[in-house]
Design a protein around this ligand. Structure first.
Ligand code: GLC
Length: 636
């Protein structure tokens, strides 16, 4: 029997072909001479080749496409500024830099928080005062108006929305932030473009090449077959996963009808998006927030979410960055079942990931006054791949979805369906005694699905002026600051920004309740931030204290957490082991004082210092009593 070629041998042959191709042009020869660059091609070639062959190997031009891709990487590397190359080197030598307890994230809309890029630049001193080292600017690229899904419908990845500034200003802002020790994060809206993107316009006109970049079908047959198994994401906008084009054809549109899903089974799409990514990397972006990644691959008879090919795509994109922009990292935005969230997290895929489970369960525990689900999640689902970090947040620009696992909940005697219903009712103030002032999002009577909008302060009880609201906010943020990973503040939360109902008067926003928690820069609340007599002042002082403590507590570096069973469901416990000492975090979710019995501390030293209050606590006395919503960071 003849010997078959192994992938390794095929990759070697492909590399020989690549070298031969590169030698034929001046540009190619320059790339070949760059030892650093070529070393990285060498290291990553087998990954890219393997993935490319799996996804696109059926095409006769697969290898040529791959060669073009590497050439594009070469050109991009040649164009990378000396300053960014220096950063690439520095981070190569300190690959875990983002695992430090010094890391603190902030996220905001450019227009709402600073009017434009110049306004954001002017706020750098405040970002420094707060201690930010990571700034996520919500989508700022050219997008249709007035409907753009908050910028998530991108019309050009190389042009900034002219109302916000231009690409030069973005580059300049990245530089200024870097000087201030702040990394810049922007969205890479990979899954779809807007219907005004030049590819989309051509596709709508019937251009065959452009049409092949999207999922377009002449009639309803295939779309209906796909829709038998796909989920409706924005049912308020359109049913199913497709919308109709003017010429009668149907186009895949997972989100709004003006966001059209790209077809990654076509390698031209992969190459085109890789080009956009590398272009932005050279503008000085440090992290890409990989938007809506779960939906990037479609396969008949599946739900078309989290398919194995999505991971291959992300790994291939990641490998391209390792070659052409080595310091650039990815954060995955997969707000899905926790079993799937974790599949995106890997040094070779997305080094960071939102932690939607911890976020949702923090709110769940606040509503139920029972921390058992959150405690289970911290013990069971918190520790992730080495060198990777959660991004721990309390609120984002999106709705809160109850993405916990029904099986996990069942173990604790909670029935997923009714429990979600309770949480939805609680947070939209349809439950007796609720303090929350949330608004339903995408309430789907067909499926009973619903999610929650609302700012942190409005959901925690500041808007309804109920007791313990400030304590709830600080409790929630204390967990984000201490559980391991990068804490992310939705800017304005640190002064208790409230729901903004003015979206109801704007026809472009009124049908999307997420705008309720995307208020304009809360000027009057910031004006009170240094006055401890005011609500914003109290929240701000608490947040500042939390941030300072986090940054001076080395044990909070890295991501590993170890569970701690408090024996009291209202009190969450977890530990953050450092070198030589450990922080034990205790959080009381109840509206009443709670005890953790002394037997819980028997294996611990006699005394421990609570870093939050500064008091030393005797662990041998009668156990620990926590006041309503009190938390402790005990060092032992
Ligand atoms: C992400 C964004 C969300 C947007 C969606 C479609 O989930 O966070 O705001 O609507 O992608 O782009």
């Amino acid at each position: 029997m003849a010997n078959a070629l192994s992938v390794d041998q095929q990759a070697r042959a492909a590399k020989a072909y690549l070298l031969q191709e590169l030698r034929t042009t001046q540009e190619g020869r320059e790339v070949l001479e760059d030892k650093d660059f070529f070393g990285r091609v060498d290291m990553n070639f087998i990954t890219i080749f393997g993935i490319y062959a799996e996804l696109y190997g059926y095409r006769h031009d697969c290898l040529d496409q791959l060669v073009d891709l590497i050439k594009m990487c070469g050109q991009s590397w040649q164009a990378r500024s000396p300053e960014l190359r220096k950063l690439d080197k520095a981070r190569e030598l300190d690959p875990d830099w983002y695992m430090s307890n010094q890391m603190l994230g902030g996220v905001c809309y450019v227009d709402r928080y600073g009017k434009n890029l110049a306004g954001i630049k002017a706020r750098i001193p405040y970002f420094k005062e707060l201690g930010l080292t990571y700034l996520h600017l919500m989508p700022l690229f050219l997008a249709p108006k007035p409907l753009s899904d908050g910028g998530y419908a991108v019309s050009s990845y190389r042009d900034v929305d002219p109302d916000l500034g231009d690409i030069k200003q973005l580059e300049d802002l990245a530089k200024e932030l870097r000087k201030a020790g702040i990394s810049l994060v922007v969205d890479l809206v990979f899954n779809h473009t807007s219907n005004e993107h030049k590819w989309a316009k051509k596709a709508a006109e019937g251009d065959p090449e452009a049409s092949a970049m999207y999922w377009i079908f002449p009639d309803r047959n295939v779309p209906s077959a796909f829709e038998r198994t796909t989920r409706e994401i924005f049912p308020d906008d359109h049913p199913g996963s497709f919308v109709q084009l003017k010429d009668g054809r149907y186009i895949w549109s997972t989100f709004y009808h003006f966001q059209w899903d790209l077809n990654y089974s076509n390698p031209a799409v992969f190459t085109a998006m890789a080009g956009e990514m590398l272009y932005l990397a050279n503008v000085g972006i440090d992290f890409f927030r990989m938007d809506a990644v779960a939906f990037m691959w479609k396969q008949m008879n599946t739900d078309c979410e989290n398919l194995p090919e999505v991971h291959k795509l992300l790994r291939a994109f990641n490998a391209l960055c390792r070659i052409a922009a080595p310091s650039v990292l990815f954060k995955s935005e997969a707000i899905v079942h926790p079993d799937f969230v974790v599949q995106y997290i890997d040094r070779y895929e997305c080094q960071l990931s939102y932690n939607p489970l911890q976020m949702a369960l923090t709110w769940e525990a606040l509503a139920t006054r029972d921390a058992s689900l959150l405690s289970q999640a911290l013990e069971r689902r918190h520790n992730i791949a080495r060198g990777c970090a959660w991004v721990n947040y309390v609120r984002s620009h999106d709705d809160i979805g109850w993405t916990f696992s029904d099986d996990d909940a069942k173990e604790l005697g909670k029935d997923g369906g009714p429990h979600r219903k309770f949480l939805n009712n609680f947070f939209v103030n349809r439950h007796p005694g609720s303090y929350a002032r949330g608004v339903p999002f995408q309430d789907n009577p067909k499926t009973g699905d619903c999610r929650i909008s609302g700012t942190t302060a409005s959901l925690a009880g500041v808007e309804s002026m109920q007791d313990h609201a400030i304590e709830r906010i600080l409790l929630a943020y204390s967990i984000a600051m201490s559980s391991g990973g990068i804490p992310l503040i939705y800017l304005g939360d640190e002064v208790g920004q409230l729901n903004d109902y003015s979206y109801l008067n704007d026809s472009a926003k009124m049908d999307d309740s997420r705008w309720v928690h995307r208020p304009q820069y809360p000027e009057s609340r910031y004006a009170e931030k240094d006055n401890p007599e005011t609500v914003p002042g109290k929240i701000y002082a608490g947040m500042r204290h939390l941030i300072k403590l986090r940054k001076s507590t080395d044990e909070l570096s890295g991501g590993r957490a170890v569970g701690f069973y408090t024996g009291n469901n209202a009190v969450l416990g977890y530990q953050r082991p450092g070198s030589g000492s450990t922080i034990l975090c205790l959080c009381n979710f109840s509206d009443y004082a709670q005890w953790v019995g002394r037997d819980r501390f028997l294996g611990l030293p006699t005394e421990a210092k609570d870093l939050w209050s500064g008091y030393t606590i005797n662990l041998r006395d009668a156990g620990i009593q926590l006041t309503p919503h009190q938390f402790m960071w005990l060092r032992y």
